[in-house]
Design a protein around this ligand. Sequence first.
Ligand code: TGC
Length: 391
Amino acid sequence: MDGLFSAEEKALALDVRAVVDEVIRPNIAGWYEAAVFPREIVPELGRLGVLGMHLEGYGCAGRSAVQYGLAAQELEAGDSGLRTFVSVQGSLAMSAIHKHGSEAQKQQWLPAMAAGEAIGCFGLTEPGAGSDPASMRTTAVQEPGGDWVLTGTKRWIGLATLADVAIIWAQTGEHGDGRGVRGFVVPTDTPGFSAEAIGQKLSMRASVQCEITLTDVRLPAEAILPAESAVGLKGPFQCLNEARYGIIWGVMGAARDSFNAVLDYTLGREQFGTPLASYQLTQAKLADMAVAINKGYLLAHQIGRTKDTNPAAVTPAMISTGKLDNCRVAIGIAREAREMLGGNGITLEHSPLRHANNLESVRTYEGTDEVHQLTIGRTLTGIGAFTRTQA
Ligand code: TGC
């Protein structure tokens, strides 16, 4: 695949890989076992220039979509939880402010977030509104003096307990400057904002997912994301497009790391007097994995190059195609790699089961398989099948 990338793109990927090898790989098993998100690496990621790296100005690196994808792939070869942090920070929280925010909001938050000095989270999903965010119950009511008051609960929100700022999406009805779902920039030290980490996770253990409770959170009028582009659900969906795009690349990093782990293992381990890698059944599996990884890279690369050269041509159905298939492929490879490691594959000494468990989350968040199948189905047929059944 090297021939597809410029020298600058390859150099960036190797820089990120070096940090993953030095900082993440030696520690990830411990973080995962202890269920700890290593907050101390956030400034390091800021120095590396990967936070909001595809955004222009405000201290962001202004990198291309392909460069962002390559970085996501290297980070997720380390761990999906750490790539998810970069994704939530850059593609969701920073991207919401960058796309839809006021100049003051951009100046206040983006440089600090790009440097890793401030952490952001993105509150869309709710306990009763996962695949169907249109049914969210969180409300924002504008009072006569102009203040907004937010009430509700958000769930599965990455990094919320660590975040300095939350982008909260809420139903405004027709209140004040409302017009349906709107986004708000909420400093997490605002009275009435609280977040609690969700425990007992079997996936993404080196990451934090939270429930946010908003109890009469009072914000000034200027806390709303004011851009016309943020009016309605297309506001958050445009950010989800960015995050889903990063996943298309990222998961192939987890697949690649699983493949490399099992290639090394089968070359080194002898059974019945010969390395496992010498058996035809092993080689068939390795070959199928390598073919699938290369196809996944090609899909990510094609969408990335299109995003860089003609962004308007990248449709939601294209993003859904990449997210759906690369997640499916990556989880299949991680599971197969675990099997090939035999009993040794069930410990954190080897990465594939950790990747497979993480990919259960990645496959589910930012749109489940079914959401992406139905998005593609709607494009193919012209018929929306996200039916809210009438009684
Ligand atoms: P629908 O009628 O299709 O759309 C409503 C409005 O949004 C526009 N739109 C999009 N715009 C940009 N990009 C997209 N991909 C878009 N998809 C839709 C659409 O044009 C329309 O605009 P307008 O101007 O006409 O109002 O809405 P629907 O309710 O029928 O959508 C159906 C469906 C299933 C596709 C959508 O609801 C969906 O994508 N559901 C999945 C939601 C999801 O991915 N949730 C995950 C959120 S991420 C998160 O909570 C945390 S994960 C990371 C972490 O914090 O750790």
